[in-house]
Design a protein around this ligand. Structure first.
Ligand code: KG4
Ligand code: ZN
Length: 505
């Protein structure tokens, strides 16, 4: 697909797309007139010579006004509209434009989604704007165009510098990265000690600690990268999923920085970040991949047919893997977080000592359920206590751990084989568990599939993985507007296709 200037010869193809897209299509006479004016830019996207989309912009002083933009029905959700939009913006910047405005019908949800995810904010509403339908128009305006256009260019050349912020749970993190792969700084302030005495993450404490830490964490990241905000091309921030009160601290701070500097702002799905951690540790890693993401907050199997496209294959029906470790550790009086304590004890125990259930091991899907296993441990401990037998903690830890890892390994192996994965990626804090890493590695190597486990500091929550994911968004022009909200339940769904667009966030 190539974007080029519209020519008079393109008019019939353009009008066909126009008529298929709008109730009030432009006429041939109007379009011919437009092409003759020098304060306009009209572009077409052509695929193997065929026009698949077009757009036009009018530039008056510092203002660019988007007059029209449409793609063929087959071309929707493939990134073509976004490519045309940013090509128009680039041309408008060359003519002196600083901002772009546009009108869009609220019922045109695809277009609205494109503009919103390109960083446009809603500025107002024009009543009865569309003459044929009488529908209102939403008036939207862009963020400052020049820094966005420049940052996108830098990303495509691999020289972009992104400052990323992560605050979805209990780590306040900031990272500076060049070209989506070269880490220049990585700062993580963990709050785990503050939550430990409550036996788990307390959301209110998390928000407060993020507020206290964020300024210093960001400053330290810039300092250790030996740069200032003026050297950055873009800002990135986790917008979900996570604790809402924790997410808003990072998001509000990033929005503030963006408003003050004019730097583009990119929103990142936290889970997508965990997937990109694998690309940071192995830059040559190429899809198709299957990823097992296991942490205190998430447990899921994801198919990654290409970077930016994801399908969640299964997950936990109840407790996350780390949560199960933490709850069992609490029951055994081992403190918080429980995973490390259990795996240390398990190293001295017998994994076959107690036959805990393997819930859903043979179920016909890729889901897991861990709360029944936790209940089985509770019942076991109660019975042993009742009958006056001393608890053999290493054996309980090893047997519980074996039950969790057996199920996770079996489901992951199955997913990897079903989806023809070249490699399996293990991510999230539970990836620290030696039995899970070892067991998964040997199960996969038996069928010739590689296991990628990023170093632990990339498996646990960090901002480097957010910067890595943001780089790919930047290259295609996916931005956040300043009216964006945190999305605590944000799903991981990706439909980015080969030409570069990605999921709605
Ligand atoms: O990714 P993470 O640092 O934070 C989020 O939950 O997002 O993961 C922390 C979780 C905790 O539940 C912790 O108990 C678990 O990872 N974990 C472990 C181990 N180390 C940490 N679980 C099992 N075995 C471990 N060695
Ligand atoms: Zn996480």
């Amino acid at each position: 697909m190539r974007v080029r200037r519209m020519d008079v010869a393109d008019i019939p193809a353009v009008l066909a797309i126009e008529r298929a897209s709008f109730a009030d299509p432009w006429t041939e006479a109007l379009l011919r007139d437009e092409l003759g004016r020098d304060d306009r830019v009209w572009l077409v996207a052509a695929d193997a010579g065929r026009v698949v989309g077009f757009g036009g912009v009018m530039v008056v002083g510092a203002d660019a006004h988007l007059m029209d933009l449409a793609v063929t029905p087959e071309e929707r959700a493939r990134g073509t509209g976004r490519t045309i939009l940013w090509s128009l913006a680039e041309a408008a910047v060359k003519m002196g434009a600083e901002r772009m405005t546009l009108e869009v019908a609220p019922s045109n949800t695809e277009a609205l989604g494109l503009y919103r995810s390109s960083g446009f904010d809603i500025a107002g509403r024009r009543r009865g704007y569309y003459p044929k339908t009488g529908e209102d128009a939403l008036v939207m305006w862009s963020r400052p165009l020049a820094p966005h256009v420049a940052a996108m260019r830098a990303a495509r050349e691999g020289s972009d510098i992104i400052l990323a912020i992560e605050s979805s749970c209990d780590e306040t993190a900031a990272s500076v990265m060049r070209g989506g792969r070269e880490g220049l700084a990585d700062v993580v302030a963990s709050q785990v000690d503050f939550h430990a005495r409550f036996g788990g993450v307390v959301p209110e404490i998390a928000s407060r600690k993020h507020t206290e830490a964020i300024v210093e964490v960001v400053e330290r990241a810039l300092e250790s990268a030996h740069i200032t905000l003026a050297d950055c091309d873009a800002l990135a921030v986790t917008i979900g999923p996570g604790l809402v009160g924790a997410l808003v601290v990072g998001l509000a701070y990033a929005k503030g920085l963006s408003a003050a500097t004019g730097l583009p702002l990119i929103g990142v799905n936290h889970l997508e970040g965990h997937l990109y951690a694998a690309r940071l540790s192995d830059p040559g890693l190429e899809p198709p991949l299957v990823a097992l993401l296991v942490s205190g907050g998430h447990t899921m199997l994801v198919h990654v047919p290409e970077w930016g496209r994801y399908r969640v294959l299964g997950g936990t029906l109840d407790d996350a893997a780390g949560e199960a470790f933490d709850k069992v550790a609490k029951l055994l009086g081992l403190g918080y977080p429980g995973g490390p304590a259990i795996s240390r004890l398990a190293a001295e125990g017998d994994p076959h000592a107690i036959a805990f259930p393997r819930p859903m091991l043979r179920s016909d899907d890729l889901n897991v359920s861990l709360s029944g296993l936790k209940t089985a441990v509770i019942h076991y401990v109660e019975r042993e206590r009742r009958e006056g037998r001393p608890l053999r903690l290493p054996d309980i830890a090893a047997s519980f751990q074996a039950a969790v890892t057996d199920v996770e390994i079996a489901k992951t192996l199955r997913a990897a084989q079903e989806y023809g994965a070249h490699a399996v990626v293990l991510g999230g804090g539970v990836a620290a568990n030696p039995a899970l890493r070892g067991g998964l590695r040997s199960a996969l190597s038996a069928v010739g599939i590689e296991l990628n486990v990023p170093p632990l500091e990339l498996c646990t929550d960090n901002a480097a993985m957010i910067a890595a994911a943001a780089h790919d968004s930047l290259a295609v022009g996916r931005f956040l507007g300043l009216d964006a909200d945190a999305a605590p339940d944000l799903a991981l769904r990706g439909n980015r296709c080969a030409c570069g667009d990605r999921q709605e966030i």
